[in-house]
Write a protein of this length. Structure first.
Length: 393
């Protein structure tokens, strides 16, 4: 039994001894879960990401930024957060409540930058709540905020670990790259033909985890029928079946959010993530689906490598999000690319002012590059999208 590092075409860097031991402990736990047979991929993904002491997020293993496994928009540039500061000011002018809720705050970078900018503009929220299910990450966030912000700002921040703990009076909710890290189910099918779908389960082959197929259950049948209904154009039939994913927890997550926010006044919810629409996600030429793993800035497609030490994600189907959000009681205020969203705020004017204030050509180039990374189609501009939901009011 081992945590393999080989990927087709290259080998991933080997983790240190302590991390290898941690991963092997998680493998043993998973093998025990498989004693009676293979388990759903969503269960595997939930364990390797969110187990409280061994999971990638649950244990705080995740490393953000240039020295970690991946970089999120707030880690790349404060201009992303400047767009959110603009949205917060618009919300206040519209008479929304005086609270901000951030779901899954990562390293705390977004919260730090946003609170700094709002403090400078005399526009701080009465309360800034962070919903974080990982105690290790909550501790890291608290330490980073205390190191970076004045005590009178930090005292406005509080942490909760479940929707049921939210005391909410209305305001703005931010969820940046939360949906893509939710456990997904994987299946094999002839695109556009729900009756061909088979579940992809995870078993143990003696040395490593392996894929096993089973007949579709009721949940998968319902999911693929809904996918087929959302695809407006007929899919070109491939030569063979392909892999794909769906998020079985999406509807429940949005319903829990709606229930928690419903006790307050009007709320605007901003969902940022990478993804697309149904027909694009389930294209026949995506023969391996959209599942991606990230380890030390190397992207690959093997979720069985180094369990608990790497990130696992899948693209977000924003049409599925819209359907589930409407069912949960939200109104949809629109969905667009990150570039369209950011260019519609006052951030371009802010960038222009800062460029004019810089004398150094090197500083100007660095500033311009930060902004380009957020809006260019070849960077984050098109691949990342934002949807705004509205509840109450």
């Amino acid at each position: 039994m081992n945590a393999e590092s080989r990927q087709e075409g290259f080998e991933l860097p080997a983790p240190g001894q302590a991390d290898q031991a941690k991963s092997l402990e998680l493998i043993e736990l998973l093998v025990e879960q498989m004693r009676d047979g293979p388990i759903p991929f969503a269960d595997y993904m939930a364990t390797v990401l969110y187990h409280p002491t061994l999971g990638y997020y649950g244990s705080g293993q995740v490393a953000f930024g240039a020295g970690g496994d991946f970089i999120t928009a707030p880690e790349r540039s404060r201009f992303f957060t400047a767009g959110l500061a603009y949205e917060w000011r618009q919300a206040r002018e519209s008479g929304l409540g005086q609270e901000i809720l951030e779901v899954g705050a990562g390293s705390g970078r977004l919260a730090i930058d946003l609170l700094e900018q709002l403090a400078a503009a005399d526009a701080l929220p009465e309360r800034y709540t962070i919903l974080e299910i990982s105690p290790a990450l909550a501790t890291r966030q608290a330490d980073n905020l205390q190191e970076s912000l004045p005590p009178e700002v930090v005292e406005r921040v509080r942490w909760i670990d479940a929707w049921s703990a939210l005391d909410w009076s209305g305001g703005v909710v931010i969820a940046n790259e939360v949906l893509d890290a939710m456990p997904v189910e994987r299946f094999r099918w002839w695109p556009g033909k729900p009756e061909t779908a088979e579940r992809m389960l995870v078993g143990f082959g003696g040395q490593r985890f392996v894929w096993e197929t089973r007949s579709a259950d009721a949940g998968l049948r319902a999911a693929v029928e809904a996918i087929g209904a959302r695809i407006e154009q007929p899919i070109v039939t491939p030569r063979e079946t392909v892999l794909a994913e769906y998020n079985p927890e999406l509807g429940q997550w949005l319903a829990e959010m709606a229930g928690a926010l419903g006790a307050g006044d009007e709320s605007w919810v901003y969902l940022f993530d990478y993804g697309s629409h149904t027909a694009d996600i389930y294209r026949a030429d995506r023969d391996e689906g959209t599942l991606k793993c990230h380890y030390r800035h190397l992207a690959h497609e093997d979720p069985f490598v180094y369990p608990g030490l790497q990130d696992i994600t899948a693209w977000v189907d924003f049409q599925a999000v819209e359907q589930a959000a409407r069912k949960a009681g939200f109104a949809i205020d629109g969905e667009r690319s990150q570039a369209q969203w950011l260019l519609g705020t006052d951030v371009p004017q802010q960038v222009e002012r800062e460029l004019q204030a810089r004398d150094s050509l090197t500083d100007q180039a660095q500033l311009a590059q930060e902004f380009r990374e957020l809006v260019m189609p070849t960077e984050m501009g098109e691949r990342f999208r934002v949807m705004r939901l509205r509840l109450g009011g």
